[in-house]
Design a protein around this ligand. Sequence first.
Ligand code: FO1
Length: 316
Amino acid sequence: MIVALAGGVGGAKLAHGLARILSPDDLLVAVNTGDDFEHLGLHIAPDLDSVMYKLAGLNDAVRGWGLADESWAFMDALARLGGEDWFSLGDRDLATHVERTRRLVAGETLSQATAALAAALGVAHRIAPMSDDPVRTWVETPEGALPFQHYFVRLRCEPVVTGFAFEGADRAVPAPALAAALADPALEAIVLCPSNPFVSIGPMLAMPALADALAARRVPLVAVSPILGGAAVKGPAAKMMAELGVPVSSAGIAAQYGALLDGIVIDAADAADVAGIEAGGVRVLAAPTLMRDAGDERALAEAVLGFARGIERRAP
Ligand code: FO1
């Protein structure tokens, strides 16, 4: 059994590859909720939805978020009314947020609401939020701290980043499915998907209860680098690394995760980084990491599983 910790697009792609190989009982995808926010009275969970839509085969591959074949009548009508239109909710996507919010207001946990939505969309594999407790990412800039979606969408990641805060993380505990999977004797490995180490995996590691569970693990933990040839495959990871003084490379990703890692999968084009990372005691697999289609996703998932199953947990 494998636990994959995932953010949005990159995490969803690797999760999709893993789901092609592993049976539903043998995979848990635990997803960042630091990007979640309340908007227009609705609970929006962008990374959970990116993973859910991808595993359901309903995602928009070009836009990278939301549903394929979307229409925008709601947003057009909202803009005409002078409403908040900086965050785009497609007509079909809107139903997900309305139904999720209805379930949460009725007393369901985010885990229960997520499981219900995913099942309704035909997803067989298990998707869980990282926590049922609210964790909210703030992006620190020279002009002050910004809620994550204001930084990411409203300001298009333009402000310089000086740090991050994860409101609520100190009190949050891993979702029941994640806690159970990490304690399951059948667990073989933990995979950090090729997601942003600061704002996708960072909110998870900021939960002391999850950090402790990861530190107490008996199985190897491997990351897949989201950096390829000195650039991020998607999103602001490279810009954030540069602004924070972290080398924009897979070696920089390995350094960011530090002692947590037993191994890292980096792109074959970055093979020059292998020796430097291995000198720090972390095993490295150099393999194609760019996922352009379902074949790439499956091939990377197979490479990651083979690598993770072939290495040991470092002595803590
Ligand atoms: N990203 C954007 O760049 N612009 C949007 O208007 C936008 C709307 C949106 C609606 C629902 C959803 O699930 C995701 C949405 N995203 C949008 C993506 C999302 O904000 C980010 O990609 C993630 O938070 C980063 O992982």
